[in-house]
Design a binder for this molecule. Structure first.
Ligand code: 13P
Ligand code: SF4
Length: 326
């Protein structure tokens, strides 16, 4: 077993799972034996969402990570989310099925460049979207998610200047809702900005009875068309509570799984992407790096494990707690 674990460190990702195995059953069994909890974002594949202990948006997942009583958290999402789980629950072993599951927003803000940017506005309060590295979190006063960005900005005294990073589109949306002028970092989500305005117009004409609902990471012209704007969780709740029966959903298509389960009698149409892929819709390539095979290997080898250095951990935790207190 030890020998296998050593091999695993070198090539566990490419190792095939035992032949003929029922992956779902094996994962659930191992999860129980190891006192692990599987947390998953709405954007991962349906098979993973179907066996996860908890599926949620970034805020709900951060809260679930914090209160998880398990020895091990297997985070089916992207790297910054697993890092956040480790920061909020440092005693748990936090695993991410694929270490390459990054995020274009987190990548857009390297630490050195962010320090130089921040130094230009020494008196500004820094609000960072949770989609950033632990180093950027540690350089921030507050973290926010798409669920609470408006509330976080509104909680800051009106006379304070605010740096908002790294998502410019979310920042512009928050600016519009709060009426506050924000100093914006130039980052974007490659998935949400890939939603095609032209194709959306065609789809809206074909489905004149549908309402467009959108995630605030979308471009402003897409948000202009939306009857409702919110985080993935808010979008899911909206389709359940709205009297409307048909929606065009401008976010990552993974959310459609839970939406169709929640409102099987309503029509849910994914907004079209600029570039064609298998579903002709918006799909996050990083979220889709999570597979059942990798999840099995992650649980089996207990790798790859997420770690955050002590100093970064303390700074990032402070900023995250400032958010959770709001
Ligand atoms: P939420 O989970 O806050 O809706 O954010 C969506 C997203 O892009 C996560 O990476
Ligand atoms: Fe990052 Fe966008 Fe993927 Fe979310 S959907 S993880 S913001 S690249």
């Amino acid at each position: 077993m030890l020998f296998e674990k050593e091999i695993a460190k070198v090539g566990y990702l490419s190792r095939s799972v035992p032949e003929g195995i029922d992956l779902k059953e094996a994962i659930l069994k191992m999860k129980k034996e190891k006192n692990a909890v599987i947390l998953a974002h709405y954007y991962v594949s349906e098979d993973i969402q179907s066996i996860a202990d908890f599926v949620g948006d970034s805020l709900a997942l951060a809260q679930a990570s914090k209160k998880a009583a398990a020895d091990m958290i297997v985070f089916c999402g992207v790297h910054f989310m697993a890092e956040t789980a480790k920061i909020l629950n440092p005693n748990a072993k936090v695993l991410l099925p694929d270490l390459n599951a990054g995020c274009s927003l987190a990548d857009s803000a390297p630490e050195a460049e962010f320090i130089a940017f921040k130094n230009q506005y020494p008196d500004a309060v820094v609000v960072s979207y949770i989609n950033c590295s632990s180093e950027i979190k540690a350089l921030s006063d507050y973290i926010c998610t798409s669920s609470n960005a408006v509330d976080v900005v509104n909680s800051i005294p009106k006379d304070k200047r605010i740096i908002f990073a790294p998502d410019k589109n979310l920042g512009m949306y928050v600016q519009k809702v709060t009426g506050r002028e924000l100093i914006l970092w130039e980052g974007a989500c490659i998935v949400h900005v890939n939603i095609s305005m032209d194709k959306l117009n065609v789809l809206m004409e074909a489905h004149a009875d549908a309402q467009v609902i959108a995630h605030p990471e979308c471009l402003p012209e897409i948000l202009e068309k939306a009857s409702f704007i919110g985080s993935t969780k808010a979008l899911l709740e909206y389709v359940q509570t709205s009297p409307v029966n048909k929606f065009i959903v401008a976010t990552e298509a993974g959310i459609l799984y839970k939406m169709k389960q929640a409102v099987p009698n309503k029509t849910i149409i994914p907004a079209p992407a600029l570039e064609s892929n298998s579903c002709a819709c918006a799909e996050c390539p990083y979220m889709k790096m999570n597979t059942m095979e990798k999840l099995y290997n992650t649980l089996y080898y207990e790798l790859p494990e997420i770690s955050v250095n002590e100093k970064t951990q303390a700074g990032a935790l402070k900023a995250l707690n400032n958010m959770l207190a709001i």
